[in-house]
Design a protein around this ligand. Structure first.
Ligand SMILES: [Zn+2]
Length: 460
């Protein structure tokens, strides 16, 4: 008798133990997603193709439209239920022949600087511009110096990247104002051109391009970014000779707007096909490097997240849609147009998730939506394997999905990878396929697939 009850007790213990230890269906499915992505490495394969076939994908370029057709064919080849293009008019700015800048050092030797014109910058005159340099450390300093000190000179904004933030995106937001607003601020006081220290985290010789914003009613002046090494070289030259002159030549031009496209592919929902869950990235990229981290990776992660769910035999309840947005870098016209179409066609979006922060190890999902929703989603962390997504943060979605939030109040989100290295590559010649780690890239694909799977299963 005693022995029998002991056995029963032991069995009961075993059952309880195994039940409490057995992973539930969501945990198991998500584990499979990560294993599949890390083993097959399909995102890595298609990212290599995108980067090598279409390295130049700036708005208005043939490279971008060729990439549009290629990604459309790619998704058609996967037999997604619906693959289509959405027309978007986009700006067309071209860098032209390589820009140049130099000064003469104290020994009279010409010192060339590593520079890139900023996106949207006007050209210099054909002969270039030579003028005395006036160095400032901030936008405020330009205003303080005023017309008297600035008129007729080239303003050099030598502001280092705000390195003290742990998340480099916060440092970027603080520092990037010198790029977006610096040129017009300098022009207000009569500067003839503006150069800035690159908004990047690495101490190297890659200049970082990116958009400037010309203010209305202020003369437009040419503007460029110096690599951090060149910025330091110029700084020390100015210490020796504050009267130093800079020569600057930019060969850019702005052409009429051109037709481009958002590329869309979807797997129809089996229960509520009218309800849509979006994942995406932006297909355009700066005309330097290959736009591998920014944002070829986000595009290919989105396509392959859907592809992987399809291959695993998953039948979604709601429609899962990939959107490859056009023209994020110098206009965000793709994201805005997408939201406009969604509103006009009365589409019902449950959620939109963007990957546009580099192909690094995923850490968190950021969500822009009601507190109650963020709170609910925080409980989903338990479904993710250790060392994958371990945080849900209330914040912003990506810049392409934010218009959907503005237009229709749709909750939007962003994949938040580790950010330490992103601004080493951002908008430079170094942003190439070889700079992407295959495992980190695949972890991003798996994280996106897992998250939209949970949205589809558990609802928002
Ligand atoms: Zn981007």
């Amino acid at each position: 008798m005693y022995k029998r009850s002991l056995i029963l007790l032991f069995t009961a213990f075993l059952l309880t133990y195994s039940f409490s230890q057995a992973p539930d269906a969501h945990t198991l499915f998500i584990k499979n997603i990560y294993e599949e992505s890390l083993t097959a490495r399909n995102t890595n394969t298609v990212l290599q193709q995108l980067c090598q076939k279409f390295p130049r994908r700036l708005s208005g370029s043939n490279g971008l439209e060729d990439a549009v057709q290629w990604t459309k064919s790619l998704m058609e080849g996967y037999d997604f239920d619906n693959v289509f293009l959405q027309e978007v008019m986009v700006p067309h700015w071209e860098r032209g022949e390589k820009e140049s800048a130099y000064f003469y050092n104290s020994k009279g030797k010409k010192e060339h600087l590593s520079i890139l014109a900023l996106g949207r910058s006007i050209a210099t005159p054909v002969a270039g511009i030579s003028a005395q340099i006036i160095q400032v450390g901030s936008l405020q300093e330009i205003a303080q110096l005023g017309k008297e000190k600035i008129q007729g000179k080239i303003v050099y904004i030598n502001k280092p990247f705000e390195q003290h933030f742990i998340r480099t995106f916060e440092g970027y937001t603080e520092t990037v104002k010198i790029r977006t607003r610096g040129p017009s601020e300098a022009a207000k006081y009569g500067a003839v051109a503006c150069v800035i220290r690159s908004v990047g985290t690495a101490d190297d010789d890659y200049a970082h391009t990116g958009s400037l914003l010309y203010a209305a009613n202020v003369p437009q002046i040419p503007a460029a970014a110096l690599s951090v090494k060149s910025a330091k070289k110029l700084e020390s030259a100015l210490q020796h000779n504050p009267q130093s002159q800079l020569y600057l030549k930019i060969n850019s031009k702005t052409l009429p707007d051109k037709m481009s496209h958002n590329v869309i592919g979807e797997i129809k929902g089996s229960e509520k096909p009218e309800k849509i869950i979006v994942i995406g990235g932006h297909l355009d990229a700066w005309d330097v490097g290959q736009g591998a981290h920014d944002d070829g990776a986000g595009c290919m992660q989105s396509v392959m997240a859907l592809r992987m769910l399809q291959q695993m035999g998953y039948k979604p309840n709601n429609t899962l849609r990939v959107v490859l947005f056009t023209n994020e870098e110098n206009g965000t016209k793709g994201g805005k147009k997408y939201a406009e179409y969604a509103f006009k066609n009365k589409e019902d979006h449950i959620f939109a998730l963007e990957s546009d922060a580099g192909a690094f190890t995923p850490r968190a999902i950021g969500i822009n939506g009601p507190d109650s929703l963020v709170q609910k989603v925080k409980n989903w962390i338990k479904y993710f394997p250790d060392f994958t997504i371990d945080k849900i943060i209330k914040g912003k979605g990506g810049s392409d999905v934010e218009p959907l939030h503005k237009e229709m109040d749709t909750p939007v989100g962003s994949l938040m990878p580790d950010s330490q290295r992103y601004f080493d590559f951002h908008h430079t010649h170094a942003d190439v396929f070889e700079a992407v780690n295959a495992r980190e890239l695949e972890m991003g694909t798996a994280s996106m697939a897992s998250f939209i799977y949970l949205v589809d299963q558990l609802g928002f």
